[in-house]
Ligand binder design. Structure first.
Ligand code: NAP
Ligand code: HSE
Length: 451
């Protein structure tokens, strides 16, 4: 028996067996994620037919270099370098965007949505900066827009936020949401690797963004935190509201000193929704070695969520790489292919934050502070006194070595490491300014500590 069934995005239909839905996919960009997506879809076609009752075929692949794509095993007849052909192709129901960036990718995604095709994207920058625009068009044409792969690689965090924890008021999330920096910090900490070498390895393994500055300076994590916290807190959290600090200025000395004091360094993304307002930040953070995030290594990511009903949840898995990311992309393709109803953001998706929402900038954190100080009597008392003057209480003061080292001005001084109790940003900045002006020492590093 044959009958017309409605296609995934509602405006095209195909003659298909009533028992099996046929769905055509186009992949835009055949790099790390696009390549992994192509291979996963073709390898598992029969499996999805059996398990999902949907026959998903790759009908078109948009590339800039066809020879390179043929060498990757993609049949020449489905390759094109013309986006208009892809958009006009009636066999394409779902467009997968794995180009990256916000120029061509945005135009292509909007063109697909306007044509009534569902879109699956791995592009966190696009979703973070333009989801309000994309959703507006998607709603108009009744299409789905899916972006599981944009955050935390193969870990199904978006689906968890959209469906799994909807019963809760999510109060807090904290996690390692960038694979490249976690890989680099793991190699530096465990193998004493050089920062630049570890970054090169992460690029070779396909973890890094086209411009790895986005990873190491924390932009990638910031885009992801904007998406995740908007979904978690049901209000738009624009990326411009997020405090950001990357790992490129981290000195391997601090990783080693922190380690000797029982801490592991991670790039953390933190989102809190408190009575004072929303607090969102991405920065290198020392976590105690016993903390579950301390043992999340290499390209693995992990996110903690705290909901008022469920309590703590932790999601863990590969945050980057061809196949972990393809897992998220293809799961979205299957979802789009098998769900007629489309679910959009569960908050007012506008370009800017709601004017009634407060954002906290003078947040509280404990600190690891490394000073280079004169090796003289009274210096320790003087430094502790400055912290005390600004209301900062100290957990530990440690002179890691007696060996004098040149500080950032070339003066030979000894390192002094201080761990503080929780303090505000204003307090710690004031104390550091005072230390730098004391003539007895200079701040060499200040890294937040999460306990
Ligand atoms: P990639 O390896 O650089 O792949 C991008 C591909 O898009 C390249 O093959 C590039 O072609 C192609 N491309 C760029 N502009 C194009 C255009 N106008 N027309 C046709 N093809 C074009 O990057 P990726 O790592 O796969 O990342 C893709 C997206 O996935 C990004 O948004 C990224 O943030 C996201 N993502 C990546 C990962 C990961 O682990 N890598 C994980 C999650 C999400 P050329 O080869 O000609 O340059
Ligand atoms: N560059 C990103 C990362 C890819 O390293 O986490 C996954 O989004």
């Amino acid at each position: 028996m044959k009958k017309n069934i409605k296609q995934v995005n509602g405006n095209s239909s195909k003659e298909v067996n009533a028992m099996t839905k046929k769905v055509g996919v186009a992949i835009l960009g055949l790099g790390v994620v696009g390549g992994g997506t192509y291979q996963t879809l073709t390898k598992h076609r029969e499996y999805y037919l059996k398990t999902q009752n949907v026959d998903i075929t790759v009908e078109a692949v948009l590339v800039r270099n066809k020879e390179k794509a043929v060498a990757q095993g993609v049949p020449a007849e489905i390759l094109t370098d013309n986006i208009a052909e892809v958009i006009a192709n009636p066999a394409v129901d779902i467009v997968v965007e794995t180009i990256g960036g916000v120029d061509a990718a945005k135009d292509y995604v909007l063109a697909a949505l306007r044509e009534g095709k569902a879109v699956v994207t791995a592009n966190k920058e696009l979703v973070c900066k333009y989801s309000h625009e994309l959703e507006r068009v998607a709603k108009r044409t009744g299409c789905g827009i899916y972006y599981e792969a944009s955050c935390v690689g193969g870990v199904p965090i978006i689906r968890t936020l959209l469906d799994g924890v909807q019963a809760n008021r999510v109060q807090e999330m904290m996690g390692i949401i960038n694979g490249t920096t976690n890989y680099i910090l793991t190699k530096m900490s465990q193998e004493g690797a050089d920062y630049a070498d570890a970054l090169k390895d992460a690029q070779k393994l396909g973890y890094a963004e086209a411009d790895p500055t986005n990873d190491v300076e924390g932009f990638d994590a910031l885009y992801k935190l904007s998406i995740l916290s908007s979904l978690a807190f049901h209000t738009k959290v624009p990326y411009t509201k997020i405090y950001r600090e990357g790992i490129s200025k981290i000195d391997s000395k601090d990783i080693a000193y922190g380690k000797s004091l029982g801490y592991t360094l991670k790039l953390l993304a933190i989102g809190k929704n408190t009575e004072k307002g929303i607090e969102v930040r991405v920065h290198p953070t020392f976590v105690p070695n016993a903390h579950p995030l301390a043992s999340v290594n290499d390209s693995f990511n992990a996110v903690y969520l705290k909901g008022d009903a469920v309590g703590d949840i932790m999601l863990y898995g590969r945050g980057a790489g061809a196949f972990p990311t393809a897992s998220a992309v293809v799961s979205d393709v299957i979802y789009a292919a098998t769900h007629a109803e489309v679910k959009y953001s569960t908050f007012k998706n506008t370009a800017t934050a709601d004017s009634s929402v407060k954002f906290v900038s003078d947040f509280e954190s404990a600190y690891y502070v490394r000073l280079a100080v004169d090796d003289e009597a009274g210096v320790l008392a003087k430094m502790s006194g400055i912290f005390g003057k600004y209301g900062i209480s100290l957990v530990a003061v440690s002179q890691i070595t007696q060996k004098k080292e040149p500080d950032d001005e070339g003066i030979l001084r000894v390192p002094l490491v201080i761990i503080t109790h929780k303090t505000t940003e204003t307090q710690i900045k004031n104390a550091m300014t005072k230390i730098n002006a004391s003539g007895m020492g200079k701040v060499q590093a200040a890294i937040r500590v999460e306990s």
